[in-house]
Design a protein around this ligand. Structure first.
Ligand code: NAD
Length: 350
């Protein structure tokens, strides 16, 4: 075993069917008296349910969370919180809502309780994001890490099969890149391998029956493990590429990850034998990149970047932007390599 540093992140996880009912206990445990419940407009009903469970510990609901955390949304939520004298946040929803909670924590220092309802994994990371004037800034700060995460698989039953599929592959991407990260460690490798195993087995079951509670629980457990890998390591080409594609072309987050992942895996895994071996074990295969592509096709994810609205003429500037900023990757990336990879991902499965 080579040398490594593992810097554990604090995490309190309350997991299980029906665990949302423990939200008031968790808020009380943190000594909070008046929390503001955060959600997207689409998840208002869930936020109202959370507020009801919190009783007089709920100060109100802010239902304007948006993708990519616009600074105006953070300001609007902050104003509501001051008016209501809120002393903490319960973020109930996907990565967008949890991202709003983290941005508010960064600004105010007030703690977040996260109730994730997708597989994106933001609740397990100290990474925050904020969009101002069309530019997304990201950073790492431990103060944004949720103090408690309540994983209730029942809340994911309403996640449509197509979103479950892309969100699950978004989670898998965290584990794939963690396995070959420069700061990988045995703890992270074990979490990543198990996370991939959980998600790869359960996602097809959810596609067949979105109401399969056992599969929902397995996916959420996988998402937790993969999110924890993201929080503890430095991501490589895949995350860089998806970040640039999302930022420059305003592409949907989870779909972009789902489309790009097998292509980056095919490029990187020959240069990362122990990551490839872990993925092969988790996916019960001898070709993890092909198995990831096959999983995507079984889950009906969009075949290629062109199906997300990317034009072939967009690819050179995406490649140039990715090459302009160095990042960790197990295999060096040249301009021609990247253009070939991008073109293959653009054309997609045929
Ligand atoms: P999202 O939070 O934008 O949710 C997508 C839509 O699905 C929203 O309308 C939401 O209301 C709805 N939804 C969520 N859960 C649902 C459910 N159970 N049932 C029905 N509808 C539901 O999407 P996401 O993919 O979870 O998050 C994407 C965002 O998270 C991106 O901005 C990304 O950058 C960020 N992210 C951040 C990190 C991090 O570590 N900081 C990690 C992963 C993702």
């Amino acid at each position: 075993m080579s040398s490594f540093v593992y810097d554990a992140l604090p995490m309190r996880v309350v997991f299980g069917s029906g665990s949302l009912a423990r939200v008031a206990d968790e808020v009380e445990r943190l000594g909070l008296q008046r929390v503001l419940v955060l959600c997207t407009p689409q998840q208002r009903e869930l936020a109202d349910q959370v507020a009801e469970l919190l009783g007089n510990r709920a100060a109100g609901v802010f239902d304007q969370a948006r993708m990519h955390v616009p600074v105006e949304t953070v300001e609007a939520a902050g104003t509501v919180a001051v008016d209501l004298e809120a002393d903490g946040w319960v973020a109930a929803g996907g990565g967008s809502t949890i991202g709003l909670g983290k941005a508010l924590a960064l600004r105010t220092g007030l703690p977040v309780v996260a109730v994730p309802t997708t597989y994106a994994g933001s609740e397990m990371t100290p990474i925050w994001g904020l969009t101002q004037d069309g530019r997304k800034k990201t950073g790492r700060d431990r103060s944004v890490l949720p103090h408690t995460v309540i994983y209730d698989p029942d809340l994911t039953l309403s996640l449509p099969p197509s979103v479950s599929a892309t969100s699950g592959l978004n989670a898998l991407a965290h584990a794939v890149e963690a396995l070959y990260a420069p700061d990988v460690s045995p703890v992270v490798s074990a979490m990543a391998e198990q996370g991939v195993r959980d998600l790869a087995a359960a996602l097809p079951l959810i596609a067949a029956d979105p109401g399969d509670s056992a599969a929902r629980a397995a996916c959420l457990q996988g998402a937790w493990l993969c999110g924890a890998c993201l929080g503890s390591t430095t991501m490589g080409l895949h995350h860089k590429l998806c970040h640039v594609l999302g930022g420059m072309l305003d592409l949907p987050h989870a779909e972009t990850h789902a489309v790009v992942l097998p292509h980056v895996a095919a490029y990187n895994l020959p240069a990362a034998p122990s990551a490839a071996a872990a993925l092969n074990r988790a996916l019960a295969t001898d070709d993890a990149a092909a198995a990831l592509a096959y999983l995507g096709s079984r889950l009906d994810v969009p075949p290629g970047l062109r199906d997300l609205g990317v034009a072939a003429s967009d690819l050179p500037r995406i490649a140039a932007e990715v090459l302009a900023h160095p990042y960790a990757n197990p295999r060096p990336v040249t301009g021609p390599d990247l253009e070939t990879l991008l073109h293959t991902a653009w054309k997609g499965r045929t």
